[in-house]
Design a protein around this ligand. Sequence first.
Ligand SMILES: Cc1ncc(COP(=O)(O)O)c(C=O)c1O
Length: 347
Amino acid sequence: MNKYQKPGELYAGLRLHQNENSSGCSPKVLDALATITREQMGFYPPYDAATRACADYLGVDPDHLSLVNGLDEGIMATAIGYLRPSADGFIPEAVIPEPAFEIFAFDTEVVGGTPVRVAPNRDFSFPLDRVLAAITPRTRVVFLTNPNNPTGTAMPLDAIRAVSHAVPDGAIVFVDEAYAEFSGTTFLPELATFRNVIVGRTFSKAFGLAGIRIGAIAGHPDTLEPLRLAIPVYSVNIAAVVAVQASLADLAYVESYVREVEQSKALLYAACDRLGLGYTPSAANFVLVHAGDRLAQVLHAVSKRGIYLRDRSTEPGCAGMFRVSAGVVAHTQQFIAALEEALCDAR
Ligand SMILES: Cc1ncc(COP(=O)(O)O)c(C=O)c1O
């Protein structure tokens, strides 16, 4: 168990704390998994067909893409590839606009690099000037997330272009697009022009495959090479290889889930308005709710009703805030009912 796994984390209760797809994957994935043969289980997995399917979906050349055991592995490979101190005492820096996915700073520190955290704007719009000001000759990675977790805010693609121009030679911009299916915006078509940018994608969110661990990193082969060297040779297993192909053959499932997420977000915004809670409008499948001094009461009461939320209140700019997944409408309604009860109890 590592620092981010919680003891006794259960499937019981309603999991609205990790931005998962709470309806699960396409049923066609389970059908495909049932076809795996004993021989397939006995052999190291072949990646060609799954890599081609992913590359087709993302619109990149298969040479410009590697499958990873979840995007977390792609982030760790980025840290290993670009952020290790060198023998002559050079300590690389990773610029991280906050609040951010905590694994960026965690992995940076694990490999001996220095996280350089950039404070957020009050409205969580992208702090381009401060990000540019944080770049130094020691910068080797700028971690960007679009749309961002935990705020759900999207950044203009122009900001990514500006950061790509600003980093020193030998540095990269890692654009984490874990939630891009929900925003519909991607930097992928620009990778041919911006050779120092790597885009990370995951099948854990819109595709509902978090349990099987599969993601992808895309970029120019020279830029990807340090990551490829850091990824264990057969880190993606045969079940994930089969599952991702079955998922990509059923994009209608994902499209319908993305529409459901939109409905859930509309319900959440309306509930917040009704209950006098603030929120940050989200381009992802979760909402950052501003509960202010009612935060502890909400978290306690909702968890008593078996619903998990993510307290983000200790992160920069997030005092009094929690994050809730927006997915299956029935689950959102269950959460809203619990929230209403919690706030009535508080009166
Ligand atoms: C921004 C971001 N990147 C990466 C990940 C991890 O993705 P995966 O499940 O593919 O490792 C998450 C998961 O919450 C995330 O929020």
